[in-house]
Design a protein around this ligand. Structure first.
Ligand code: AHM
Ligand code: MG
Length: 336
């Protein structure tokens, strides 16, 4: 019989390489995995679970919330708050830091998450995902405030996402490469299917919302103009474009076969007082951690994303990530 590696086995075996490891991380990731399994089930049931449609409410960022945004947030919190591993949490769906209820012990870690990213896709049966980032809580802090979460992405101890696509996949890094696990529904376990994922350094595929083109800055327009010009242009190659509109699905594609995921700064965003479209702490940072660990690059155009010093919980940043050589070229255009 073919032997399989479950997520738990993989983490336990990885922890054995670190003599000081306490096993706490195995437990944390198991809880996160359980949350993702529950969300996978809800997303999969769709209309049958009565979870589709608008919640008729707005989140802290003034965006329409879906019923499933709110339910996912509750499911995620409820799955991990009791464990004693976390000192606090922050989510896209909550304005302030979520304090661990008094009845549960407080732990040494902080987690930020987007429980259901790309949720505008949910009602049309297109892939969505969960994104999470784990930080160590400062030793002297018992009741973390927003300040304690404002740390650059380089301090993350784990970054991951779960993609609810044609299959459900959990992809994560703890700083030793990137591994992908596919949910085997017959036994309810995530199985290691994609060991040490690597992003090809070159690519002929990019993902961007082209409808914003007229608002982009000059370096971005130049770069995309050159790609779109194809064989007849300066690049002398035809490029292909894909845009799912779910960051998790678009980034997963580039992790599997190379590519670029671009949500640059634009004039429309700055007119709205925004510093980008995607959120730094629970979207850009964990995805950058994964992309870098898989050999890619992740930049705002002017700075490595993971080195951005956060100033607020729901801060946004421009995101340019993916295959190394193309992102480097785009960053060079920004510097010229
Ligand atoms: P959300 O967190 O409200 O779901 O928004 C994030 C999503 C990303 O998944 C996706 O890449 C982006 O928004 C798409 O934006 P747009 O609709 O502007 O193309
Ligand atoms: Mg999101």
């Amino acid at each position: 019989m073919k032997s399989t590696t479950t997520l738990s086995k993989f983490i336990i075996e990885s922890e054995r390489n670190f003599p000081t490891a306490t096993g706490e991380f195995t437990s944390i990731l198991n809880d996160v995995a359980i949350a993702c399994k529950k969300l996978s089930d809800l997303v999969n049931m769709g209309a049958l679970a009565g979870v589709l449609g608008s919640a008729e409410s707005e989140n802290v960022q003034g965006e329409q919330q879906k019923k499933l945004d709110i339910i996912s947030n509750e499911v995620f919190i409820e799955s991990i708050e009791w464990s004693g591993h976390f000192a606090g949490m922050a989510s896209e769906e909550m304005q302030d830091v979520y304090a661990i209820p008094k009845e549960y012990p407080r732990g040494r870690y902080l987690i930020t998450f987007d429980p259901l990213d790309g949720s505008s896709n949910i009602d049309v049966n297109v892939s969505v995902g969960t994104i999470f980032s784990i930080l160590r809580c400062p030793d002297d802090v018992d009741q973390p405030t927003a300040e304690d979460f404002l740390r650059p992405g380089t301090e993350q101890v784990c970054g991951g996402y779960c993609l609810y696509g044609s299959s459900t996949m959990l992809v994560m890094t703890t700083g030793n490469g990137v591994n992908g696990f596919t949910l085997d529904r017959s036994i309810g376990e995530f199985i290691l299917t994609d060991r040490d994922m690597k992003i090809p350094e070159d690519t002929r595929e990019f993902a961007i919302n082209m409808s914003n083109m007229r608002h982009w800055e000059a370096p971005m327009r130049r770069y995309i103009d050159e790609l779109v010009a194809g064989k007849e242009g300066v690049r002398e190659t035809d490029f292909n474009m894909r845009w799912i509109g779910s960051m998790v699905a678009d980034v997963h594609r580039l992790l599997c076969r190379g590519g670029l995921f671009l949500y640059p700064m634009d004039a429309k965003l700055s007119a709205q007082g925004k510093e980008g479209r995607l959120r730094l702490l629970y979207e850009a940072n964990p995805m950058s951690f994964i992309v870098e660990q898989a050999g890619g690059l992740a930049s705002t155009g002017r700075q490595r994303i993971m080195e951005v010093e956060p100033h607020s919980l729901h801060q946004r940043v421009p995101v340019l990530m993916g295959s190394k050589n193309e992102i480097q070229r785009l960053v060079d255009y920004h510097q010229e």
